[in-house]
Write a protein that binds this ligand. Structure first.
Ligand SMILES: NC(=O)c1ccc[n+]([C@@H]2O[C@H](COP(=O)([O-])OP(=O)(O)OC[C@H]3O[C@@H](n4cnc5c(N)ncnc54)[C@H](O)[C@@H]3O)[C@@H](O)[C@H]2O)c1
Length: 354
């Protein structure tokens, strides 16, 4: 069983978590180098995990033994790093979104395509066992026609506004993109998007043109309706939940608790909640990297190819348009979902225990 040597760029909050998963939980991966523009960040993660580290991305690209790169740097850097990796013949797993602008998204996809390298997008929810099972049942026809889909996706605490918008993008691009991908995955094509946003947590979000809360209504091409609600500051914890009502069955994925302990006292019950995306979906983050490594080893099609990133990104732009124009926007002719048009089912191996 051959192992796959990887490099990782960007070891901030999520990149250091990916690095830890790659060294401890993804059986076929050999993480040989982490890089970050911050020497402190690169050194801290490299030393903690016993992996070579440096501040130069070129150190990954120049290493012929490295077959793939995991990109978890600030979003504004993704497209350039993807194009450089493609030119060096490395397969790429990139965190979402592929870029902050449409042209940069297309450029990255084209670079990977013409270099013949894989470009997997970090839509981790597709590897969450509950979401995966709902998708399997939807695609098998068990739900029937989708009447209504509700997605709740909320962060516990907001990011520090400042340069966040320039580095990571508007709420729709940074967070709602996961929900748009879920809508396309489960619901197929989209007909219309109506988006509403509010900046009620920190006036800085409003000043920079961002939002900290949003509701997005999506009309599915097949006729059903979808409501997405996002918060950057839910306070009580991190939430990612789903409710789906169909003509044959309904499904619900509740947010879940952190651990199994329930504390009961007169008239109330208490349980811990997930505080962020990594505690809400720990297995999904391992499984998406496991799948990336296996597609390199087996030269198999990517389970979340770059087109999925482009489609979801287009919906973020439509939502922004709707927010700014104050009216629903038609998606006619814009979105084609491979999932809805009979994309073959993928085979994702189970994760390996810690
Ligand atoms: N899939 C998910 O659930 C999920 C969750 C959180 C973040 N993300 C994505 O992951 C990415 C990183 O987010 P984060 O929260 O870890 O951000 P972060 O700010 O904590 O970390 C970003 C890191 O990238 C480094 N960096 C910036 N430019 C670089 C460059 N050119 N080369 C190398 N390193 C560079 C920074 O120094 C920093 O250490 C973002 O694209 C974000 O959208 C995805």
């Amino acid at each position: 069983m051959s192992r796959v040597r990887l490099g990782l760029a960007g070891v901030g909050e999520l990149g250091s978590f990916h690095a830890q998963n790659l060294t401890r939980r993804v059986a076929l991966a050999d993480l040989v180098r982490v890089v970050d523009q911050s020497e402190e960040a690169a050194r801290a993660t490299g030393n903690r995990l016993g992996v070579d580290w440096s501040t130069s991305y070129g150190d990954i690209l120049d290493d012929d033994s490295i077959r793939g790169v995991v990109i978890a740097s600030s979003t504004s850097t993704h497209s350039g790093l993807i194009q450089e990796a493609a030119a060096a013949g490395k397969h790429v797993f990139t965190e979402k979104p592929i870029a902050l602008e449409l042209q940069a998204t297309v450029d990255a996809i084209e670079a990977a395509r013409s270099a013949g390298v894989k470009l997997q997008v970090g839509f981790h929810r597709r590897f969450d066992p509950d979401f995966e099972e709902v998708a399997r049942r939807v695609h098998a026809g068990d739900v029937g026609d989708i009447y209504f889909l509700r997605l709740a996706h909320r962060d516990m605490t907001p990011p520090i506004p400042g340069t966040y918008l320039a580095n990571m993008g508007h709420l729709f691009v940074d967070a709602t993109i996961h929900d748009f991908d879920t809508v396309l995955w489960l619901g197929g094509g989209v007909k219309e998007v109506a988006a509403y946003g509010a900046s009620v947590v920190d006036p800085q979000f409003a000043k920079t043109g961002d939002a900290d809360h949003a509701v997005v209504i999506v009309r599915l091409a097949a006729g059903g309706l979808c409501v997405i609600d996002n918060s950057r500051s839910a306070g009580y914890g991190y939430e990612c939940a789903l409710e789906l009502i169909g003509s044959s069955a309904a499904a619900r994925i509740s947010n879940g608790r952190q651990g199994q302990l329930e504390w009961l006292s007169t008239g109330e019950t208490r349980a811990a909640l997930p505080s962020d995306h990594t505690t809400r979906h720990p297995l999904a983050y391992v499984r998406e990297l496991d799948a990336f490594v296996r597609t390199i080893r087996d030269d198999a099609p990517s389970p979340v190819p770059s087109e999925r990133g482009l489609e979801a990104f287009q919906l973020t732009q439509l939502a922004l348009h709707s927010l700014r124009e104050g009216r629903p926007m038609s998606a006619d002719g814009l979105i084609r979902s491979g999932d809805a048009t009979g994309e073959p089912a993928r085979d994702v191996p189970s994760a390996h225990p810690a």
